[in-house]
Design a protein around this ligand. Structure first.
Ligand code: DGY
Length: 321
């Protein structure tokens, strides 16, 4: 038996990450690459020092309580930590780390892809071609809207929000934002700060969400918020599903308050409210925000760096608390 410390890895990770993990750890892998049940995770954790989990693992108080005493750290392969009960982890004395910073550019790129797809009706066009229903160019077919001169409202001006703003400026969009506090002048550039969400909403021809899922942000974009948007606005969500109220978004898409939406994340994913599927103006992606080879490698290396620091007796650089 290997004398390396045991590490449970809940899903398949990029090859380069798995290779690096194996150099230090005796890895208990999941070659089937499906979300594991609580029982399966607990069984695999016997004698393990640490776990790498992903947003598809619900690390709730039940799982945390059932983990063997040998486990001292959980490194999540994600920047989001809403799938982990941090209070239960703290009570149990578990160290938790995440992967901030390395997925900023990939997520911002994908946000722009969704904004463009929604504004230019690219999803509808793609489906038309695939269905064999395209009869050729026509002067009035699938007309979208320019981004230039329109206002982008960003909720949450952290790393990803700022990277989205930088890209949107290149398309000629005016940037408005709402966050907990105003950015320092050097970071704000020409963006307009709104200290109240309602004030931002009135200025958002395109609304893009970049806040974590917390009790404060759950249902933030509800019927009242959507009613405050200009008629025919576009909503883009690459943050977390529960930040929007699906009933309200679907009603706003149906009555035209929202002209289109681009969604990468969902409440209860991978299940998706089936009503979205019947709305042609909605672009639906399967949580691809960070899905580039470079970013997923960087996320894995970061998780391993955090584990390595802890194993060496230090504090992980991306310790969540
Ligand atoms: C995260 O890291 O939280 C993303 O949602 C998945 O990459």
């Amino acid at each position: 038996m290997s004398d390396k410390p045991r590490l449970v890895v809940s899903r398949r990770l990029p090859e380069a990450v798995e290779a690096r993990a194996a150099a230090t750890w005796s890895v208990i892998a999941n070659p089937e690459d499906r979300p594991l049940s609580v029982d399966e995770l607990v069984t695999r954790a016997a004698g393990a020092r640490a776990l790498i989990v992903t947003p598809t693992d619900w690390v709730d108080a039940g799982l945390i309580g059932a983990l063997p005493d040998s486990v001292g750290m959980i490194a999540t392969f994600s920047v989001g930590v809403d799938h982990i009960d941090l209070t239960a982890a703290a009570r149990r004395g578990l160290v938790v780390s995440n992967t901030p910073g390395v997925l900023t550019e990939a997520t911002a790129d994908l946000t722009l892809a969704l904004i463009l797809m929604a504004a230019r009706r690219a999803g509808e066009g793609e489906r038309l071609v695939r269905a064999g229903q395209w009869r050729g160019w026509a002067p009035t077919q699938l007309l979208g809207r320019h981004l230039g001169g329109r206002r982008l409202g960003i909720v949450g001006m952290g790393r990803i929000g700022r990277a989205v703003a930088e890209r949107a400026r290149a398309f000629g969009m005016a940037i408005h934002y709402h966050g907990r506090r105003r950015l320092p002048a050097g970071l704000e550039q020409d963006a307009v700060f709104h200290d109240r969400l309602e004030a931002l909403l009135a200025h958002a021809d395109v609304l893009s969400l970049h806040v974590p899922a917390t009790p404060e942000t759950r249902g933030l974009i509800d019927a009242a918020a959507l009613a405050a948007l200009p008629e025919g606005a576009i909503l883009v969500n690459t943050a977390r599903g529960p930040v929007v109220e699906d009933d309200a978004v679907i009603a706003a898409l149906r009555d035209g308050r929202l002209a289109a939406a681009g969604l990468d994340v969902y409440t209860g994913e991978p299940d998706i409210d089936p009503r979205y599927l019947d709305l042609p103006g909605v672009v639906l992606l399967p949580h691809l925000g960070s899905a580039t080879v470079e970013t997923r490698n960087a996320m894995g290396f970061k998780a391993l760096d955090n584990l390595g620091a802890w194993l060496a007796g230090g504090s992980p650089p991306d310790r969540v608390f």
